[in-house]
Design a protein around this ligand. Structure first.
Ligand code: SF4
Ligand code: SF4
Length: 210
C-alpha cells in the first residue's frame, strides 16, 4: 500500500511524463512494486555513489510518488547511478530500484528532459554509436563526439592530454572494427525496437522471467 496519497490534480506535463514512465515500467517484471516503497532508506544507505547524487535513491521514489517526476529527470542522480544493483538486492520491499533508474534514463532520453550543465547523456549516446559502428569502443572518437556536443571549448583544452595518451599507446588514433560487427548491430537494433514498442518488451521480459 502506498504510504502517501498521490496528489489528485497534477499538471498536464507531469501526467504525460508519468504515463510515459509507466510504459517504460511495463518492460520491468514487477515494476509496479515501486508503489510499495516504505521509505526505509536502505537503498540510499547501500548506494556507493549516493554521496554524489543531488537526490538520493530513496528521495527519487518519494518524489515520484509525490507527483514530481520532472524534478527527478532534471536531477543528476539517475545519470550518476553506477548500476551496481546493491539497492535492488537489499530493498525489503523487493523494488527493482536499479531497473527504475534505467526506466527513468530511457524516459529522460525519450522526452529530452535532462539536468542542466550535465550532458552525460551525450557521452552515453556517443558510446552506443561507437559500439554500433565498430562493435567496440573507440575512445578518441568518443571524446571528440562528446566534447563537440557538450563542451566544445574543452576540446582544445584536452587535446594535449589526448596526444600524450596516444603517444603512450593508451588510446588508438583510428577505430578497430571487430569481426562479426553485424551480430552486435542486430542486438542493438533489437533493443531499440523493444524500446520503441514497450508492449513487446514487456512480453519479452515476461518470457525471460516466467
Ligand atoms: S530500500 Fe526499497 S523500500 Fe526502502 S526506501 Fe529504498 S526503494 Fe523504498
Ligand atoms: S544501482 Fe545505482 S542507485 Fe542502486 S545502489 Fe547501485 S549506484 Fe546506487
Amino acid at each position: 500500500m502506498p504510504l502517501l496519497p498521490l496528489p489528485e490534480i497534477r499538471p498536464q506535463r507531469e501526467e504525460d511524463l508519468r504515463s510515459a514512465f509507466w510504459e517504460q515500467v511495463k518492460t520491468i517484471p514487477q515494476g509496479q512494486k515501486i508503489q510499495e516503497c516504505i521509505q526505509c532508506g536502505t537503498c540510499t544507505g547501500s548506494c556507493p555513489v549516493s554521496y554524489m547524487m543531488d537526490i538520493t535513491p530513496r528521495e527519487i521514489v518519494a518524489l515520484f510518488r509525490a507527483g514530481h517526476i520532472e524534478d527527478i529527470l532534471h536531477s543528476r542522480a539517475i545519470w550518476i547511478c553506477a548500476s551496481c544493483y546493491a539497492c535492488r538486492v537489499r530493498c525489503p520491499s523487493g523494488i527493482l530500484v536499479t531497473d527504475m533508474m534505467y526506466a527513468l534514463k530511457r524516459l529522460a532520453m525519450e522526452k529530452r528532459v535532462y539536468p542542466p550543465k550535465f550532458p552525460i547523456y551525450a557521452l552515453s549516446k556517443a558510446f552506443i554509436d561507437n559500439i554500433y559502428k565498430y562493435g567496440r569502443n573507440f575512445e578518441m572518437g568518443l571524446a571528440i563526439k562528446y566534447f563537440l556536443k557538450a563542451e566544445p571549448m574543452k576540446l582544445l583544452a584536452n587535446a594535449a592530454f589526448g596526444m600524450s595518451m596516444m603517444k603512450r599507446g593508451r588510446i588508438d588514433i583510428t577505430p578497430n572494427k571487430i569481426r562479426k560487427v553485424k551480430d552486435i548491430r542486430a542486438i542493438i537494433d533489437k533493443a531499440r525496437q523493444l524500446h520503441l514498442h514497450p508492449s513487446s518488451a514487456a512480453a519479452t521480459a515476461q518470457e525471460l522471467h516466467g
